[in-house]
Ligand binder design. Structure first.
Ligand code: PMP
Ligand code: GLN
Length: 387
């Protein structure tokens, strides 16, 4: 075949930055503070539940909607954590991670001529799937260093062609947790324009310092127009399990289900069965995780500050973003590509999460979901390279 087999609209999305940076870490042996995954196993009760599930016959296709036990557990979780009432049959769909939930929802609702509003910097999958759907991305910028948005810019971005507003809180890569005031602003815009919302809440339990996550669906007028998406990966430190879910009113969930069934149909039966047994007991797991992660956050933030970087402590997620211009960098991509050789550390350039790379040219994301000794070693290497 002489021509490039990749369809035109996916050409800009040929390689995810996470794949590139993790491959770089592997090739060079550098410490990987790039892709966000823990370097420890899930709690042993969670692992035991998976072993039991594997050994007790949960190894064939689950129903397309997902195991009924897990759908019921997700419905109980949403009720307990946020007071959201769901029908576990028609209001919950299990997916192959939040990734598939996001992809199926965007593909189910958007086509050519439709516009999707996202806050930038944005998780890379949104732009790629919007392109796959043939729709158009519109961005509202979270401006450094506070990473808040201008409500006027949001209002201007939403117009007659807007089909969806995508809201990711706690936010990757900035680590911001949207306030109720900000969510109210978004809710009013969605209701006024009568558009649908998709939320990406995969870091819902990874919040620190008494900062609480508020789902957009709990705001007035929003439940009926919101696809709420989350997954087990971050909550249970099991990013490789790839079990996610979308929940909401039956008409919305039915739309996602219609597309999801033609993507993967279903998957991950033993992991679904395991999660059905541990999701009710998530509280002690997340309180331990929050303590560990907030210490790791503090360790990394303090270390980055010793390099002369201005670091804002993130209120949630696995990530801290710093402007690396004080280290002499003029371009985050070039900086990150050379970082393994210069310092033996891998990080992710935030620039690739902006529609206009100039907006985040020298911003770099570092992940702190790594053991304290690994973070300490990374800081030590950065100090040797830059101080
Ligand atoms: N959304 C955001 C903001 C993420 O950081 C990630 C990466 N975990 C995902 C979605 C994808 O989640 P999953 O691994 O469950 O597919
Ligand atoms: N969510 C992870 C991150 O932001 C990456 C997941 C992926 O590789 N798609 O680092």
């Amino acid at each position: 075949m002489t021509c490039d087999p990749l369809v035109e609209r996916m050409q800009p999305y040929r390689s995810s930055i996470f794949a590139e940076m993790s491959a770089l870490a592997q090739r060079t042996g550098a410490i990987n503070l790039g892709q966000g995954f823990p370097d420890t196993d899930p709690p042993s009760a969670v692992l035991d539940a998976a072993v039991v599930a594997l050994r007790s016959g949960h190894n064939q296709y689950p129903p397309g909607a997902g195991l009924a036990e897990l759908r019921a557990a997700v419905a109980r979780h949403q009720r307990r954590a946020y007071g959201i009432d769901l029908d576990s049959d028609s209001g919950v769909q299990i997916t192959v991670g939040a990734s598939e939930a996001l992809a199926a929802t965007i593909l189910a609702t958007c086509g050519p001529g439709d516009e999707v509003v996202v806050f930038e910097p944005y998780f890379d999958l949104y732009a790629a799937v919007v392109a796959l759907a043939g729709a158009t991305l519109r961005t509202v910028t979270l401006r450094a260093p506070e990473y808040t948005f201008d409500p006027q810019q949001l209002r201007a971005a939403v117009g007659p062609r807007t089909r969806l507003v995508v809201v990711n809180t706690p936010h990757n890569p900035t680590g911001r947790v949207f306030t109720t005031a900000e969510l109210t602003e978004i809710a009013v815009v969605c209701c006024d324009a009568d558009v649908l919302a998709v939320t990406d809440e995969v870091y819902e339990h990874l919040t620190f310092d008494d900062c609480a996550h508020v789902p957009l669906a709990t705001l007035p007028g929003m439940f009926e127009r919101t696809f709420t998406i989350s997954s087990a990966g971050k909550t249970f430190s099991a990013t490789g399990w790839k079990i996610g879910w979308v929940s909401g009113p039956p008409e919305l969930v039915a739309a996602t289900r219609a597309v999801k069934q033609h993507l993967s149909y279903s998957g991950g039966t033993p992991f679904q069965a395991a999660l059905a047994t541990v999701l009710d007991d998530v509280e002690p797991i997340i309180s331990d995780l929050r303590v560990d992660l907030s210490r790791q956050r503090d360790l990394l933030c303090a270390g980055l500050a010793t390099l002369g970087l201005e670091v804002r402590r993130p209120a949630g997620t696995y990530f801290v973003v710093a402007d690396v211009a004080p280290l002499g960098a003029s371009d985050g991509v070039a900086f990150c590509r050379s970082l393994p050789e210069r310092a033996g550390v891998v990080a992710v350039p935030t620039q690739v999460f902006y529609a206009d790379p100039d907006d985040g040219r020298t911003l770099v994301r570092f992940a702190f979901c790594k053991r304290p000794q690994v973070l300490a070693e990374a800081v030590d290497r950065l100090q040797k390279a830059f101080c």
